[in-house]
Design a protein. Sequence first.
Length: 313
Amino acid sequence: MTTAAAAGRRVHVRAPGKINIAFDVGDVQPDGYHDVASVYQAVSAYEDVWARVADDFTLTVTGDLDVSGVPLDESNLAVRAARRVAERLGWRGGIHLDIHKGVPVAGGMGGGSADAAAALVAVNELLGGALTTLELQELAAPLGADVPFAVLGGTAIGTGRGDELAPALARGRFDWVLVTSEDGLSTPAVYRELDRLRELPDIAPAHGVPAADPVVMQALRAGDPAALAVAVRNDLQDAALSLRPSLAETLRAGHRAGALAGLVSGSGPTVAFLAADERGASALASELAASAAPGSRVLHVHGPVPGARVITS
């Protein structure tokens, strides 16, 4: 696309946050990282990104929540994503991104990754690129394990470091109630705590090669929340609870309020509760909101939803 043609456009892309329905963590590797098997589900909490031509790579950030901790420099994943697409397409100018955040910041729901996924799709559209979804996922992979999934959306199994994706069939709709915290948890710290706990006596032995639980996959294929409720699990949950004991009370509150199941999503601190249906989730959200700790947010979301997609061009 010519500079003049691109200069007259502003592209709007929306990308979803995610939860980890099941998260299986293997042993620590010599490089300090862990292989995982994660069952991701994209949910209806969204990041909105608008892209337009500019002299340099810049961004502004607004949100329905506190965005003061979001970086506005080159360390921002969305800026890095915009640069990667521009370089692939041979664009010599800059890109300005306007981001409006609806996914909790530092909540383990992949909001920053959704920004990056939206930026990849938006810049490709803005510059008239013809990069396929697979090519965009390949550009996304070096930016973090959650970015390729935010491009793909739906439900998927992530293996390796979580970025080797295979779409998974999930029928129907699953309703979730999320309880977020204003204070994030450090993902590296949670993994370090997991390794520490696994070295203790009477803790689960070395885990070996992680794999997606076939019971989880069958429940998703059947569209059966009750069956899924007995299978959801997260190997990082004990580590997250060790670092943030208050999350245990949040889990208890959800069970008392009638959730089918509850778990820490990913490295936390977001706690996800599965409800039987939309009505049950609404009632659950109301009850949890009435007793939520200061700084917490309670969100009713559903999944699976599509990945990053163009809204207007």
